[in-house]
Structure formats: structure tokens, C-alpha cells
Design a protein around this ligand. Sequence first.
Ligand code: GMT
Length: 383
Amino acid sequence: MNIGITVYPTYGGSGIVGSELGRELAARGHNVHFISSALPTRLTELNERVHFHEVEMMTYPLFEHQPYDLALATKMATVARSENLDLLHVHYAIPHSISAILARESIKQKRYVPVITTLHGTDITLVGADRSYLPITRYGLQQSDGVTAVSKFLKQATIETFDFDEIEVIPNFISPDLYRREEGSPICKELSPNDEKLLVHVSNFRAVKRPADCVEILAKVRAKGGNARLIMVGDGPELSAVHHLAKQLNVQNETIFVGKQAKITDYVAVADVFLLPSEEESFGLAALEAQACEVPVVATKVGGIPEVINDKETGFLSDIGDTEKMANDALKFINDEEMRRAFGVRGRELAILRYSSEKIIPQYINFYEKVLSQTQKKQGQNA
Ligand code: GMT
């Protein structure tokens, strides 16, 4: 198949899933065309099967804000025709599904190119549910030729908010070869020069991720005698507030900010505990990546996280903001290496069993085939 994929190219779970999906599809012989404003962060290799088409933006004094949605739709339509795309698969509903629908409609006299929308989280729970975007998001869902969501939780949230239920759940996935434990690496020695235990957090530092809670957890762990350091991977709006809190709580020397990283396994694969204290999380890709690296997860009991982490088996789940419990849970792993290892091993086992790319990528391919055959039938009836 010739598949067009659109993602937000910046740091974010939807961009990672879209990029890794493209890579996996290409490895299975499909031609993948990324259509985006920049090369997606995780897309490190272009080759004869993986192509990138940059959305060009024209500047004009009249445009107070450049109309990216229209520029994207134009590029999608152009690439769909020039590369003979079989379908457009967009990640994150807003505005990608609307742009794709516009592209499809603008060229449908020549050929109908179906649109598949994958819902990732805040496109439904925050942005899409906001009154200003709700009607257009619902339109995007109804007009897509196929819709997937990354968890059962997100499907249910979409039904409740948008009264739309034609959704296939296809979860996030990991490649077990890329995500595996790497104890004793040079980076590990650098991060824990005095054999401190490593608490690791990875996110885009938006308020919804509650990164400041990680600093509170570290402060409480240390106050209770845990010899630990916190490694904060990523960047985003909350970063300076988190820096400030680390100073206030006097753990600035034990909190290491490493910024955005192309290869997060350098940090996750050497962690002792992974922290994900989010307020909302439709799936929790970062938690899955940690689990695949045999790292137990201390997280909040929200959204799709319980579909990923088995409480008391691969990690511990808490209420939002309960940093006292999360610190106590982290301490259990810090003080009991045998337990940490047992949770880690079970975590990788379950991650592979439920969410390996071998299991999930065929679900996307089957879904593409289903949508293609349904649209061909419809087209035949309308002819
Ligand atoms: O919804 C978002 O915050 C955006 C999105 C992204 O692009 O970063 O993240 C979501 O998509 C990931 C991949 O499907 C999920 O694993 C994350 O749980 C989800 N984030 C939230 O729901 C907060």
C-alpha cells in the first residue's frame, strides 16, 4: 500500500506512534509518505520506502495567523495524487482530520482517497471537548472513513463526549528489540556517580503531565532516607516551574534536567523507577516503554494507564497528586532490589505479550484493508 501519514512532528506521543508506525509499515514492504510541517523527531531515517513531504507555508501580511490547516490540506491532496496514495492516516484529530477530509474532497472527482483518524488523547479529552472545537471535532470523526483510538478508555471518552462509537481500539506499541534493559552503561555511571537509585520521568512538560509532582516525590523519598536522584527528560511549558520547585525543596542537586533526547532508552533503560504522575493519560506510551525496559512504574490511576500497568504487579497506581503514596511506592523499589527486578521482568513480559509491534502493526494493516474494501464498495454503489 501507499500510505500518507500526518503527525505533529514535535515531542509528543502521537508523533512517536505515527513515526514508529510508518517505520514498521515500511519494514513490511509498504510505501510511507509523511506529510508534516517538519521531519518528525523520532523519524531518524528516510529511505526508498519512507518519504517526507514538508508542508510549505506562504507568509502574507494579511494573514495574522498563517492558515496551516489549509496548507496541510493542499499538500495532502498534492501528495495523494503524485504518489498515488491509497489512504491518508492522520494522528491527532485537530486539525489533521479536517485537513485530510478537505484534501479528500478536493480531489475526489479524480479518485477517492479514504481518511483514517487515530485519536490519541487530549484531541478528545481537552482540546476536542472544548466548546470552541467540539462541533468541528465531531464533524472530523463522522466524516473520517475509519477512526481508531489508542485505548478502551479513550474510545469510551469519545462515545461520551461526541456520541460517536464507530471506533476500533488499536493500542500503542513497542518494538521489544529497541526497548530493553541496559544496566551499567556509561550514561548510568554518569547519572548515578554514587550508586544513587534513578527515578526517571519523560514527558513534554505540559501541565497535564504534572512534572512538578516528580520533584515532590523525590524530596519525600530523600526525606525518608532513599538515596535517589531524579532524571527529567524532555522540555515544555512547565519546565521553569519545575526547576524552581526543585530549588525550593532543596533537591536541585539531585534533580538532573537532560532536555529533549532523541534516544530516550539511554535514560529509561537504566532507570530503577519510572514516574508518570499525569492528571490525564489516554494510554501512557512512556509507561509502556519503561515497562518494556523492565522498569517498574509509579503512576496515577487515570485514563488508560490501568490498561498498561497492572497495579501491584508491574507498578503501583495512586490518586492524582498523592505524592506521599507515590514516594512510598518508589521507596519500596529503592529498598528492595529483588522486588524491583520481579516487577520489571513481569512488566516486560506483559508489554511484549500485549503491545509488541508484531501484535499491533497487523491490526493497523487489517484496519486499512477493511476501510479500503468498505470505501470501494460504497464507491461502486454510488457509481
Ligand atoms: O493527548 C496528548 O497529550 C497528546 C498526545 C501526544 O501527541 O503527545 O499524547 C497522547 O498520545 C499518546 C500516544 O497515543 C498516549 O500514549 C498518551 O497517553 C496521550 N497523552 C495524554 O492523553 C495526556
